[in-house]
Design a protein. Structure first.
Length: 224
């Protein structure tokens, strides 16, 4: 725990960046698994999806270590409560990636229409883009603090936050498109395939939703 205390002494965001590094690895690994899923390479996808689960466990452990190390006696540029809330939201991004990986493991993608797989892959790429932007946002927040809240660094932070929101809006549209396809083709699609598809879409959407929540918490910290 001492290492985290030293990091907090430098900046309240240094430990969050360490956690964000693992969250980023989790979503990047999920992206690899999703591409193998799309290509129908189930065996390779299965190996990578299991790695997503392992990385999410690592992120959880780091989260708990940070929580246990964050003493109320530490003097920081932002409130301890804000740091803990943000940490929780950032960790939810990894949780959502793990949920997606679990659904990928449920069954082989045989019989899933290519149009559906195209939409899901696009949702995955965009959701993971949102998660990568959250990593960029917390690194940028550290720069904002180190610069003494320089105007240029603040503007760059807001740009990243707006981009996350834009990506999340795009994913909402893809999610709606996918749901429409499933219900319009309900007669030709078996129940288990429809349920499977909608849950993969739901968990992918959760990645961007949680990324947006984390970005909004950064915005609140900026405004205090």
């Amino acid at each position: 725990m001492q290492v985290w205390t030293k990091l907090f002494a430098k900046s309240p965001f240094k430990p969050l960046i360490k956690h964000a590094d693992v969250v980023l690895s989790t979503v990047e690994t999920l992206e690899k698994a999703l591409r193998h899923w799309y290509e129908g390479d189930y065996e390779e996808m299965r190996k990578i999806a299991i790695e997503v689960d392992r990385l999410e466990d690592v992120a959880d452990r780091i989260k708990e270590e940070i929580r246990n190390s964050l003493s109320s006696k530490l003097m920081m540029a932002v409130a301890r409560e804000d740091v803990l809330i943000y940490l929780h939201m950032q960790d939810k991004v990894a949780d959502a990636a793990e949920d997606t990986a679990k659904w990928l493991l449920v069954k082989k993608p045989d019989g899933i229409p290519k149009e559906v797989k195209d939409i899901i892959l696009e949702m995955g790429v965009e959701s993971i883009k949102a998660a990568k932007l959250v990593h960029e946002a917390i690194v940028q927040m550290d720069r904002v603090i180190e610069s003494g809240f320089a105007e240029g660094e603040i503007e760059e932070e807001y740009r990243i936050i707006r981009e996350i929101e834009s990506v999340e809006n795009k994913i909402d549209g893809l999610d709606t498109k996918l749901m429409q396809f499933v219900f319009e083709n309900a007669d030709s699609m078996n129940w288990s395939d429809g349920f499977y598809i909608l849950n993969i879409a739901r968990t992918l959407s959760n990645i961007s939703d949680k990324a947006k929540d984390a970005a909004e918490r950064i915005r609140l910290m900026m405004n205090k």
